[in-house]
Write a protein that binds this ligand. Structure first.
Ligand SMILES: Cc1ncc(COP(=O)(O)O)c(C=O)c1O
Length: 402
């Protein structure tokens, strides 16, 4: 069998299960009716953000020219990292080219046995953690003890089971879950972790810019337990610049010594070219703007609650959502594709999310609100969903799999 034959057969297989994916062109002019974008604060097109990116590229060039450890350590990176550390109320921060790299290689470095005098860490992971967090565990070759989503009773049970163990304990979770749209109880988690002297690794991909004090993320909350964990280096906060910040790239905010360890041992940092200076300039400006966007953040959450209320009144299930991310749970992958196509035919873009991104039988259409959505856009969305709910024939599995 040739590689082409094998790939074609695998794609046929995915198509039959309604799990095949395809790239769709995304017209910039249609952004207003786009509920699939993660540009929650519309900063990707903010003129000051774009100008700051261009100014930085003019000064330093379009590319960094190498890994930070070789030719790529421009002073703009060091300045941005100091800014990120202040933004996150952390001692230090390390910049990555993508969130996927930060998680898969940054977390993997924390789970490396050689860091812990040869002991394999016990990793307590939320069942719904992002793929990049799972891949970090695979890369490090560690087993995960998975707790039910956001279920601290279950987490406590697992932690208690290992209370006597000498192995280091690391709790890995997200502050805003990207596919459920629900929040972590950060203060409670910090108390629990402190009681077990566990390290906390938080993914703030969907919270950065949007949640927490002045949009700094929920990991920037200050409580005695969080401060105590920070003092031990046990409060490690990752986030992306690709969503609420509107650019691309990611950070790990942590202690200074841990930053130094990561820049030695995190392969996605060591063996990858540093981000473009454009990205650095744009992120720096977005971080300057974010604290003052409190009214936008409040409107975003008010709109999300109004949308959930309207969807519930029509009988839709929005699962656990209590943030700007509102999933419409439909169960089967074919139904999610059909609903996404129905919306697209009416000029509304949303994402069909299917296994393995979400657990089996929980396929959904994910609606992500942003500060550019106004009454008109939400009204059009609600009417399109009403049309779907009142035309049961639309639920047929005879769908376009494109
Ligand atoms: C929770 C979470 N973590 C990490 C990532 C990866 O971030 P990036 O898109 O910057 O690679 C994503 C993106 O989808 C995410 O949702």
């Amino acid at each position: 069998m040739t590689l082409n034959d094998a790939a074609a057969a695998r794609l046929d297989d995915l198509q039959h299960q309604h799990l095949k994916r395809a790239l769709l062109p995304c017209p910039v002019s249609g952004r207003a009716f786009d509920f699939s974008s993660n540009d929650y604060l519309c900063l990707s097109t903010h003129p000051e953000v774009v100008d700051a990116g261009m100014a930085m590229a003019r000064r330093y060039g379009a590319g960094a020219t190498g890994s930070r450890l070789l030719s790529g350590n421009l002073d703009c990176f060091e300045q941005l990292e100091a800014q990120i550390a202040r933004f996150k109320q952390a001692e230090a921060a390390l910049l990555y080219a993508t969130g996927y790299q930060a998680n898969s290689s940054g977390l993997a470095a924390l789970l490396d046995k050689t860091l812990w005098a040869g002991q394999e860490p016990l990793v307590f992971s939320d069942r719904l953690n992002h793929a990049s967090l799972h891949h970090a565990c695979q890369l490090a070759g560690v087993k995960q003890l998975r707790f039910r989503h956001n279920d601290f009773e279950h987490l406590t049970e697992l932690l208690n089971k290992h209370r006597g163990s000498e192995q280091p304990k690391i709790i890995v979770t997200e502050t805003v879950f990207g596919m459920e749209g629900d929040l972590l109880l950060v203060e409670e988690l910090a108390e629990l972790a402190l009681g077990h002297r566990a390290v906390v690794y938080l993914d703030e991909a969907h919270a950065t810019g949007v949640w927490g004090p002045e949009g700094r993320g929920l990991g920037a909350l200050q409580t005695p337990a969080i401060e105590a964990l920070k003092a031990m280096g046990h409060w490690v906060v990752m986030g992306t610049f690709s969503k609420g910040v509107g650019v691309s790239g990611a950070y790990i905010a942590c202690s200074a010594v841990l930053k130094h360890y990561l820049l030695n041992r995190s392969t996605g940092f060591v063996y990858s070219t540093a981000p473009s200076p454009f990205v650095v300039g744009a992120i720096g400006k977005a971080l300057e703007l974010i604290p003052a966007l409190e009214p936008d953040r409040q409107t975003l959450q008010t709109n999300a609650q109004a949308l959930r209320d309207m969807l519930h009144a029509m009988g839709f299930n929005t699962g656990l959502s209590n943030t700007h991310i509102v999933p419409v749970l439909v169960g089967q992958a074919s139904h999610a594709l059909a609903l996404k196509d129905h919306l697209l035919q009416l000029g509304i873009r949303a994402s069909a999310i299917r296994p393995p991104t979400v657990p089996p039988h929980t396929a959904r259409v994910r609606l992500a609100l942003n500060t550019g959505h106004h009454g008109l856009h939400v009204h059009a969305l609600v009417e399109a969903l009403r049309h779907w709910s009142t035309h049961p024939s639309a639920h047929s599995s005879d769908v376009n799999l494109g």
